[in-house]
Ligand binder design. Structure first.
Ligand code: FAD
Ligand code: DHB
Length: 388
């Protein structure tokens, strides 16, 4: 088989890239390790930053997002049992939209199928070769176990943190930080306990109140690394959330837990994000701890840069934007890395922190909510800096 752009992975990065390329008249083929139902249902991110929402509107992909997404004009930092609202829209003129990543994935797959394109699901043994040439190749087994080769002009490695694309690049430098805690994420069938997101700093650990719809609440708890989900009964989860989110006038509304899992918190960047005709995008090149709500948004920012570079390379024989791809993306990546690290270290309890560090943390929280400049800086990063 032959195509112009071979895309490995049907997450937000791969799916948005296929859409952008299609609009430029560039052909692509997506190979995905999992099945169609699985990727449409995988519960992950929830916050779409302003530039992401605007891009989806421009691309004609926001019909359901505009109808069902929840527009948020502020969020709360809760500490010392008190709420401190950061008025995002008042400070920046912009808002964010809470709309589940799996809904975005569904909308993108529906658009892909509506234009007659198929995703090749349940592929295995994927490997890349000839990436130093103008005819890079992807070898894989299809869902029937038959060996296939996809010959391309460009390969986009959109296969997430555990994919095969990143290891195909020689001589990379990796920047890595693991945090001494993980997140236990819960999806509950109950109306949200508040209209807005609440980021709570508590001596027992961080907690986050978010939502997916007027009927579904999304909640997160800081838990020690190595904790198993089996040791978190539904009762224990609600009791811990109740303690950490406690504040005057707030009561947590409980309901049946539909889904729960534990995810590690990590910062990771690989440089460069490109080698020859292989370009990495999204989680395959970088990971942020989830506190800043940046991962999915960053994946989408990468593929916007990539689609422009591929267009110049393939349609206008101009290699400049492709050569600058890594450097262009990494500027936004490092800003998001810093913001995500900042939100994470400000809000979580590091079990190894000494009293000096704890007091610095409280001081940072107090400054963030009492200084117009500091609150504006948080808000500007949270709603998302403009795509270049
Ligand atoms: P992925 O979504 O990981 O997609 C990669 C795809 O490649 C997958 O479908 C995978 O099956 C496939 N694949 C892997 N290996 C292969 C292979 N060898 N061959 C073929 N296919 C392969 N981000 C935000 O912006 N906002 C948030 O609010 C937010 N909250 C989060 C909360 C949690 C609990 C978690 C875990 C993450 C959160 N994120 C958030 C991060 C966000 O989910 C990711 O950054 C995002 O999914 C990255 O998209 P991607 O397309 O790069 O990678
Ligand atoms: C959600 C996830 C985040 O990581 C975050 O910072 C805010 C909200 C969510 O899943 O709703």
């Amino acid at each position: 088989m032959r195509t112009q752009v071979g895309i490995v992975g049907a997450g937000p990065a791969g799916l948005v890239l296929a859409h952008l390329l299609h609009l430029e008249g560039i052909e692509s083929v997506i190979l995905e390790a999992r099945g169609r139902d699985y990727i449409r249902q995988r519960v992950r991110a929830g916050v779409c930053e302003h530039p992401t929402v605007e891009l989806f509107r421009e691309l004609g992909l926001a019909t359901r997002m505009d109808a069902e997404g929840l527009v948020h004009e502020g969020l709360s930092l809760r500490f010392g049992g008190e709420d401190h609202r950061i008025p995002l829209t008042e400070l920046t003129g912009k808002s964010i939209v809470v709309y589940g990543q799996q809904e975005i994935v569904k909308d993108l797959i529906d658009a892909h199928e509506a234009r007659g394109q198929q995703i090749h699901y349940e592929v295995s043994d994927v490997s890349l070769s000839e990436i130093d040439t103008e005819r890079p190749r992807i070898s894989y087994r299809d869902s029937d176990g038959v060996s296939q080769v996809l010959e391309c002009d460009v390969i986009a490695g959109c296969d997430g943190f555990h994919g095969i694309s990143r290891p195909a690049i020689p001589a990379q430098q990796a920047f890595d930080r693991e945090y001494p805690f993980s997140w236990l994420g819960v999806l509950a069938q109950t109306r949200p306990s508040d209209d807005e997101l609440i980021y709570a700093h508590h001596e027992r650990g961080f907690a986050l109140h978010s939502m997916r719809s007027p009927e579904i609440t999304r909640l997160y708890l800081q838990v020690p690394n190595g904790d198993r989900i089996e040791s978190w009964s539904d009762d224990r989860i609600w009791s811990e959330l109740d303690t950490r989110l406690a504040a005057d006038g707030f009561s947590l509304i409980e309901g049946p837990i539909l889904d729960k899992n534990i995810a590690p918190m990590r910062s990771f960047v690989v440089e460069p994000m490109r080698h020859g005709r292989l370009f990495l995008a999204g989680d395959s090149a970088h990971i942020v701890p989830a506190t800043g709500a940046k991962g999915m948004n960053l994946a989408i920012a990468d593929v916007l840069v990539l689609s422009r570079a591929v267009k110049e390379l393939l349609l206008h024989k101009n290699p400049e934007p492709a050569s600058a791809y890594s450097e262009t993306c990494l500027r936004r990546v490092w800003r998001a890395e810093h913001f995500s690290w900042f939100m994470t270290t400000m809000l979580h309890i590091d079990p190894a922190a000494d009293p000096f560090q704890r007091r610095l943390q409280v001081s940072q929280l107090q400054y963030t909510v009492s200084s117009h400049a500091a609150a504006t800086s948080l808000a500007e990063n949270y709603v998302g800096l403009p795509f270049g």
